[in-house]
Write a protein that binds this ligand. Structure first.
Ligand code: DX5
Ligand code: ZN
Length: 219
């Protein structure tokens, strides 16, 4: 089993001390920095947009892993690239012509990811998998940090790993929502190669230590 990449979610950082919290991540063993963009339409919450992402880009030494929870993402792909996104993930449920969207993300020079909500069968991704750099399995209903892990997500991770092994696909398998020191090893064992965690990292006494522990919390 490989050591997972860790992508701390800024949603649970202290927005009044954002530069400080990004510095903490910079000095940690984290691999990416996860940014959740919410539009109040696709999900029942609003988070932040381009100015915040640009500011974070100016401070972060880690690649920006941008998770779009927005309707009609095609309208904004180039603006997220300009703001500093390195990996751009759209929701399967929010894109009508997903193959075109994925192509456009790559044409703009970013890595392309697709995410699915807890109720969406992972098999709906079978036609798009060969074109993806990343698949993001939501293990909570998107919109908020601090929710509990939905365990059937583990079976989706297993299926994605089997598909990658049997077809020679090279996508990252990322899991997002309710990931902590208890669920991280279960997700890694099931096939996750990237763990997103917000409250478990920024809500802990020592975020850098929690990141290290999560990287090594193998089952
Ligand atoms: C939820 C977001 C997550 C969120 C995870 O919609 O996509 O990235 O920050 O938060 P935790 O780790 O607290 O569940
Ligand atoms: Zn997210």
């Amino acid at each position: 089993m490989n050591v997972p990449l860790i992508s701390p979610s800024v949603l649970s950082a202290d927005f009044g001390n954002l530069a400080r919290d990004i510095d903490t991540v910079n000095r940690s063993e984290a691999d990416w920095l996860h940014l959740d963009v919410m539009d109040g339409v696709f999900v029942p919450n609003i988070s932040f947009g381009f100015p915040v992402i640009s500011a974070v880009k100016g401070h972060s030494t880690k690649p920006l892993d941008v998770h779009l929870m927005i309707s009609d993402p095609d309208r904004y792909l180039s603006r997220f690239r300009d703001a500093g996104a390195d990996i751009l993930t759209v929701h399967y449920e929010a894109a009508t012509h997903l193959h075109r969207t994925v192509d456009e993300i790559k044409r703009l020079g970013m890595k392309a990811g697709v995410s699915i909500n807890p109720h969406t069968p992972v098999t709906h991704l079978s036609e798009i998998l060969p074109f993806l750099d990343l698949v993001l399995v939501m293990s909570v209903n998107p919109g908020f940090g601090g929710q509990s892990f939905i365990y059937p997500a583990l079976e989706k991770l297993r299926w994605l790993r089997r598909q990658a092994e049997s077809n020679g696909y090279h996508y990252h398998i990322e899991v997002d929502g309710g990931v902590d020191l208890v669920t991280a090893p279960l997700a890694t064992e099931a096939g996750a190669s990237v763990l997103v965690a917000g409250s478990a990292i920024f809500g802990s006494e020592n975020p850098a230590l929690t990141i290290s522990e999560m990287k090594r919390s193998l089952k």
